[in-house]
Design a binder for this molecule. Structure first.
Ligand SMILES: [Zn+2]
Length: 172
């Protein structure tokens, strides 16, 4: 599926070969039971809308450095998705946010690092002064009718279109 992949079994070190497993060609070990299942990685993020303006951050690092996204990041293995979204908001914008409800879930296949399932929570600000930090080079609120042109990743583009739609009919 993705360009780069593993060549050797992480359990026994023998070569991985393509095998038909559960109706799909997968890399599996020639010698032992190991199958290299490829699954999307969950990411979580926040939607904070205030007075018709949505909170966005500018990416500092590749991929898509210099483009804008909703504050979001990959969920750690020992972390609740909601906690991840709140943590990413704090790290990238310095805002303390509280989850109001789940907004929606988006599958994305245009991040060169991995396939992603993006879980977005509608949140409201409960504290903190806006400043960008960590892996953001800028952060700010943007009028939903005047968003930056360079929105990184299709999942964020779809989410912003859905946010605009819901806001226009008074659902946000
Ligand atoms: Zn093996």
């Amino acid at each position: 599926m993705m360009g780069k992949t593993f060549k050797f079994c992480p359990l026994c070190g023998d070569s991985l070969v393509e095998k038909d497993i559960e109706h799909k060609m997968r890399l599996a070990c020639r010698s032992c039971e190991f199958v290299h299942y490829q699954n999307p990685v969950p990411a979580a993020g926040v939607i904070v809308v205030e007075d018709g303006r949505v909170l966005l951050v500018k990416r500092k690092f590749e991929p898509r450095a210099g483009m804008w996204t909703l504050p979001a990041g990959f969920v750690e293995a020992d972390e609740n998705a909601g906690a991840c979204a709140v943590r990413e908001a704090k790290e990238e914008t310095n805002l303390d946010v509280k989850i109001v409800r789940l907004f929606n879930i988006y599958s994305a296949f245009d991040d060169p690092r991995t396939a992603v399932v993006l879980i977005l929570y509608l949140c409201r600000r409960i504290g903190g002064e806006l400043e960008c930090g960590d892996d953001a080079s800028d952060a700010g609120f943007f009028d939903l009718d005047d968003l930056p042109e360079a929105i990184a990743f299709r999942a964020h583009q779809s989410a912003l279109a859905d946010i605009k739609k819901q806001f226009s009919v008074g659902l946000l």
